[in-house]
Design a binder for this molecule. Structure first.
Ligand SMILES: Cc1ncc(COP(=O)(O)O)c(C=O)c1O
Length: 361
């Protein structure tokens, strides 16, 4: 028998969305935090042009894309690394900086892939409590041990949708031990972005990395393009463990073109947040609790885990797929990606009817 590494055998596989719609029902997928609309038409055109040269390997240095990201965000392109989705970069950071005996630290309701990436290295995963479903910097600091090598924080968080301020993140970085790497995952950064509202400058300290993605606001989840800002010493190590030629030429071209259409991206964000806030307002008056979200999804908290499960079943019976959150230690919650207005109105209707039947409205 071929035996896997003991720590791999012990870990669970990352739980992917289950999209098995009942026969005859239109599938309404609100479970993967995808964009409610396709990317800018410029992205599709650029990808089609680049696809003509698919007999060639892509640019392994993402030169054009890095230049475009750098120009938009006023970052030195040399500090940028692109990934096959930001998952690629999270995995590389874990592989480069974690080993058996080490620990990574995450907030209690953090993005579950931080767990997968950590456990795959044989390192331990520690968690720190959150306050009101929001990252608690003081609790993270209190949970640091001599084994801690990386602290992963998604801001805004997934599945919570909440965020902490740049000032709090700066304070966290300043207070963490200098030899602990702080990875700030801003996959949903564009939904809350104003020109001042980012923390790329933290990278200058040499022990923080900021990650972003084209999968959410830019609508390119299927293209698999993420990027990050890295201190030079960390970039050098991450590049050693990165698969060469990790982002296809078509995806690089699509991402650069999407970036050039900021108006379209901003419109996607405005459309999304408008529908999100309407969905939240629609469910007011029920016993469901929806924390304020700074992302393209809404977390829905039910009175109990069994109630969340029952509501999930009621939604699935109508072909509507939300995402259960046991993996983020929130079994009493479902997460709804914000889809088009009609789908969200339908989901709200099904939930309100369910609440009525259960005596929860
Ligand atoms: C917080 C967070 N980080 C990273 C990712 C992965 O994004 P990508 O598609 O860039 O790999 C997601 C996707 O849902 C996410 O929610």
């Amino acid at each position: 028998m071929i035996r896997p590494n003991a720590h791999v055998a012990m870990m669970d596989a990352y739980a992917l969305a289950d999209l098995s719609a009942p026969p005859g029902k239109r599938l309404v997928s609100l479970c993967q935090n995808e964009s409610l609309r396709p990317p800018s038409p410029l992205a599709a055109e650029a990808a089609a042009r680049a696809a003509r040269d698919q007999h060639l390997y892509p640019d392994p240095d993402w030169t054009t894309l890095r230049a475009a990201i750098g120009a938009l965000h006023r970052i030195d392109p040399a500090a940028i690394i692109c990934g096959n989705g930001s998952l690629d970069l999270i995995g590389c950071l874990a592989r480069a900086y974690l080993a058996p005996g080490d620990a990574a630290l995450i907030p209690a309701h953090a993005y579950p892939f931080f767990r997968t990436a950590t456990l795959a290295t044989g390192a331990r995963l520690d968690t720190a409590p959150e306050k009101d479903l929001t990252v608690d910097a003081a609790a993270l600091l209190a949970a640091v041990t001599p084994a801690t090598r990386i602290v992963f924080v998604a801001n805004p968080g997934n599945p919570t949708g909440t965020r902490i301020s740049t000032a709090d993140l700066t304070q966290l970085r300043q207070t963490l031990p200098e030899d602990v790497l702080l990875v700030i995952d801003e996959a949903y950064g564009e939904f809350a972005d104003t020109p001042q509202d980012h923390c790329f400058d933290l990278v200058d300290r040499g022990n923080a990395v900021i990650l972003r993605t084209f999968s959410k606001a830019y609508g390119l989840a299927g293209a698999r393009v993420g990027w990050g800002v890295f201190p030079a010493s960390i970039a050098a190590e991450v590049r050693k463990v990165l698969n060469p030629n990790n982002v296809s030429a078509a995806s690089q071209a699509a991402a650069a073109a999407a970036l050039s259409d900021q108006g379209y991206m901003r419109e996607t964000c405005a459309l999304t947040t408008g529908i999100r806030d309407r969905f939240r307002a629609d469910l007011q008056g029920t016993s469901l609790c929806l924390p304020q979200s700074f992302t393209n999804f809404a977390l829905i908290r039910f009175p109990s885990a069994s109630a969340a499960q029952a509501a999930d079943s009621a939604l699935r019976a109508e072909g509507i797929f939300l995402r259960a959150q046991g993996g983020a230690d929130l079994p009493e919650c479902l997460r709804a990606t914000i889809g088009v207005a009609d789908d969200m109105a339908l989901a709200a209707e099904v939930l309100k009817d369910w609440c009525k039947r259960e005596g929860l409205s």
